[in-house]
Design a protein around this ligand. Sequence first.
Ligand SMILES: Nc1ncnc2c1ncn2[C@@H]1O[C@H](COP(=O)(O)OP(=O)(O)OP(=O)(O)O)[C@@H](O)[C@H]1O
Ligand SMILES: [Mg+2]
Length: 310
Amino acid sequence: MANQNKKIIAVTSGNGGTGKSFLTANLALELYKQGYHVVMADLAFSSAHLHHYLGLPYPQATVRQFINIPEVTLDKYLIDVSVGQNTDERLSSLKLLSSASDVYSYKMMAASERKRLYKAMSQLPYDFLLVDLPPGSSGLQQEVLSFSDTVLIVTDSSAVSLESAFLLIKKQIFYICSSLFKKNKEVLHFLDDAFNPQSGLNIDRVSEIVSAVQKLDKEIHQKIIKQLSFLNWVCICNHAEAQEGLQISEVFNNLIKKYLDQKISFWSTVRSSGYLSSSEKKKAPFLINAPDDPAAVDISAFAEALTGQL
Ligand SMILES: Nc1ncnc2c1ncn2[C@@H]1O[C@H](COP(=O)(O)OP(=O)(O)OP(=O)(O)O)[C@@H](O)[C@H]1O
Ligand SMILES: [Mg+2]
């Protein structure tokens, strides 16, 4: 049975194709190898392909069935991925909740259905729940990020990837602030303008926005400060060498500190793997088949740092 100290990690990115699904699958495998109970939730819906990185056939049991059949509990839709070497459930386990056969988007779910899904996900037995998301920052990502303990942003070293990661953090801050202000239209309009560079308000830092909110509503200001303090961002710069990753992390950290009043609690790099294309072709989990590959070594080191931090 998993312990009570459960952690939810949302895996996200500003732009597409940065390596979220590949890293989610292999990070989960590494945590499982370390002896943890791990559940992966693939919430990419029509573009869900986490099963691919785990060497699994196309999943039949999916999120949509859980939504449609309220009598069946979510654990019945989990696919067991415990890869061979461990048959003792008490030691560790690895399970997948997929949305691969769901040819619809999250938008087709009512808010109450999404709420039921999120609640059921968080109540599953696990030490780590890793949620693989589509890129960007729309409703689904914002909702999942808001109940996660840690948000893992996967970037590459391109300006596009870093810029969109910056925007993702900014939008999440806006989401948190505006969800607390839903009923106060005056403040909501202020926030809309403050987060919009075209508004002419000339406020370019989150700390200034939050201070301005204090003048409008002291109580909500306190709530915002509290909610923002819960944010735990970690980052992987994928396809990068350690030195390059370090330089990028310094620049990125300075930017988000200055403008968004946030920090990345830790930053890792994962090198490119040459082995990957053949591993994918063989439908075999990468980390199991090539544990000495530079990318696998980096993922294992990241998993160790992550469990040390959480
Ligand atoms: N470190 C790496 N070395 C080599 N190839 C990699 C590495 N990381 C990811 N890839 C490859 O990059 C491609 C995109 O990876 P992946 O599918 O994980 O991206 P994603 O962020 O999940 O994409 P999407 O935004 O569409 O969900 C895949 O072919 C994957 O095998
Ligand atoms: Mg993906």
